[in-house]
Design a protein around this ligand. Structure first.
Ligand code: GTP
Ligand code: MG
Ligand code: ZN
Length: 339
């Protein structure tokens, strides 16, 4: 049993203006097991940001006021930047079939962002009640071709909710991410009705969401299984290095497991000896993302060497730069990247 003044460990479940909410290990949250914590200033000085999902050590606990201070943050196993969540074991990409209508380039970018974490990726298609059965069938077949097992759900009719619960109640943190208005908070409400999270109707001709959820927050679904609701956002990030793009596509991974391209740094744009080819549905989306990555890398390139090289990521600029020089000669002229 921990003494009242002992250090304890816990999990950051939410970030608020000046506080982190921390759920302590082994103590019922209702019985003083959840504390509002400030960060120790020396943590602040190292510039280390605290994420929802971080494992932390708490000290200086005032049990009656349920306050404490975060003394240390444990090393992260995984880190998702947008939404900012540490230590997730599963990313659930959530898109609506309608309202807003499923947009393949946008879904593609969400999947790539999810794949970059290196954890399991699930795909959920919401608002199944708004499409005809044959359209739903066609979407599922198409997305299976992308290498996923899409799960259609409807919070209105209850379709798919028990399958989703089964997938998400394994231990670990599952992060729901996707555009605003697709029904992420509605799904969490359907799985854990007691939460009663705020949701709001999409609006306008494009049926856009209204950014109802403002912060990342963790909720319990089953013992050891947590779900993160996140604010919707519309423009997920791509990697900086073009060579990192291909492995984010299950279709490319599968083809390369069978045969390798002649060149180790093949970018699968019709290069000689390419084992990936172009006979797959997402190939045009792959090419347009590749264009976007190349254009971004060129814009950010070391031409302005006065700038610190590593604003993000840990790739060496010089290696990237060499590759860019080779690649820009081969760039295909394509329309503007999606979005
Ligand atoms: N027809 C239908 N509407 C749904 C379904 N699920 C959610 N909605 C509606 O979709 C709208 C948006 O739902 P939210 O849960 O707020 O969406 P969100 O993804 O959390 O949005 P943000 O918090 O803005 O990122 C609400 O009006 C919901 O009632 C569904 O299965 N069918
Ligand atoms: Mg929401
Ligand atoms: Zn290739």
């Amino acid at each position: 049993m921990a003494e009242p003044s002992a250090q304890v460990e816990g999990l950051v479940t939410a970030l608020e203006a000046n506080f982190c909410r921390v759920r302590l290990d082994g103590i019922d949250p209702a019985a003083a097991g959840e504390l509002l914590c400030v960060r120790r200033t020396r943590l602040g000085k190292t510039g280390q940001r605290i994420y929802v999902g971080d494992r932390v050590r708490v000290e200086g606990i005032d049990w009656s006021a349920r306050r404490g201070a975060i003394a240390a943050v444990a090393e992260r196993r995984t880190q998702l930047e947008r939404p900012a969540v540490a230590n997730c074991s599963r990313v659930v990409v959530v898109v609506a079939l309608e309202q807003p209508r499923l947009d393949p380039p946008q879904l593609n970018r969400f999947l790539l962002t999810a794949e970059r974490t290196g954890v399991a990726v699930e795909l959920v298609l919401t608002k199944a009640d708004l499409v005809a059965p044959q359209d739903l069938q066609a979407w599922c077949a198409r997305l299976q071709g992308w290498g996923y097992a899409p799960l259609p759900v409807s919070t209105l009719r209850g379709d798919g909710l028990e399958s989703l619960r089964r997938r998400l109640q394994q231990p670990g943190i599952s992060v729901l991410c996707g555009p605003s208005g697709v029904g992420k908070s509605s799904l969490i409400n359907a799985l854990v009705p007691a939460l009663d999270l705020r949701v709001s109707a999409v609006s306008g001709r494009l049926q856009r969401g209204r950014h109802t959820t403002r912060h990342v927050e963790l909720f319990s679904l089953a013992p050891g299984a947590l779900l993160a609701d996140t604010p919707g956002f519309n423009r997920p990030d791509l990697p900086r290095d073009p060579i990192e793009l291909g492995p984010l596509f299950p279709e490319i991974r599968r083809r390369q497991a069978q045969a390798s391209c002649r060149f180790r740094n093949c970018l699968h744009q019709g290069d000689p000896g390419c084992a990936v080819g172009d006979a797959w549905d997402r190939h045009p989306l792959y090419l347009s993302c590749l264009e976007a990555v190349l254009a971004e890398a060129e814009r950010e390139g070391p031409r302005d060497s006065s700038e610190p090289a590593s604003r993000r990521g840990d790739r060496s600029e010089s290696r990237l730069d060499q590759r860019l020089r080779q690649l820009s000669r081969r760039r295909q002229r394509q329309g503007p990247a999606d979005e």
